[in-house]
Design a protein around this ligand. Structure first.
Ligand code: VGL
Ligand code: ZN
Length: 199
């Protein structure tokens, strides 16, 4: 247990029903995650934390609609509705999430011109969030993921955890997906192939 950490990904109002980028059933995982938080000695939370007018928002690209894709200098980027704007109520953790025990909150997506799905690297695949260094310095070797969304922030994080030499587990009952154009099935296969343990 000393080498394990639970990483709770983006359990924020905007990803829950009623939010700007609501994930179906997103709120259903909150009681499950609260139990997990009790069980783990080390808990890290992540928080999607975008600037106003962030480049991942469709509203920042005239003529573009949410869920279309565009090319960014770092590659293809899906455009989203405005969500998780720094300091907004949509960016707050779900009100029922019992997060007080968390020792670290990693915020991501705060560079105006880069989106960040992974909790380790932003979407340019070069800009680190600092999480890998934090985990290493604390002697953590095994990470368990729960949260939103399975096929975006959770999956990209789990793949990067493996790439950084951590063992990674995703608790599917404690996650919900966006499933855009088959993304849930595609990311499930990718995770399994990379050695992520899907529970
Ligand atoms: C996420 C899309 C945009 C996520 C964040 O948390 O999975 N997805 N921003
Ligand atoms: Zn986002």
């Amino acid at each position: 247990m000393a080498k394990d950490a639970l990483i709770v990904v983006d359990v924020q109002n905007d990803f829950c029903p009623g939010g700007a980028l609501a994930v179906d059933g997103g709120h259903e995982i909150v009681p499950i995650i609260n139990k997990l938080i009790q069980r783990f000695d080390r808990v890290v939370l992540t928080q999607d934390w975008h600037t106003q007018g962030h480049s991942s928002f469709a509203s920042s690209h005239p003529g573009k609609a949410p869920f279309e894709t565009i090319m960014m200098p770092y590659g293809e980027q899906t455009l989203w509705p405005d969500h998780c704007i720094q300091g907004s109520s949509g960016a707050e953790f779900h009100p029922d999430l019992v997060w007080t025990k968390a020792e670290l909150v990693i915020r991501k997506g705060f560079h105006p011109h880069i989106d960040s799905y992974s909790t380790f690297y932003e979407n340019d695949r070069k800009t680190p969030t600092g999480l890998a260094g934090y985990l290493r310095e604390r002697g953590i070797t095994n990470v368990t993921f729960a949260g939103l969304a399975t096929d975006y922030c959770v999956a990209y994080s789990a793949l990067d955890a493996i790439a950084h030499g951590f063992t990674a587990e995703v608790l599917l009952d404690a996650c919900r997906g966006i499933d855009l154009g088959g993304s849930l099935a595609a990311m499930t296969v990718k995770m399994r192939k990379a050695g992520v343990v899907l529970v």
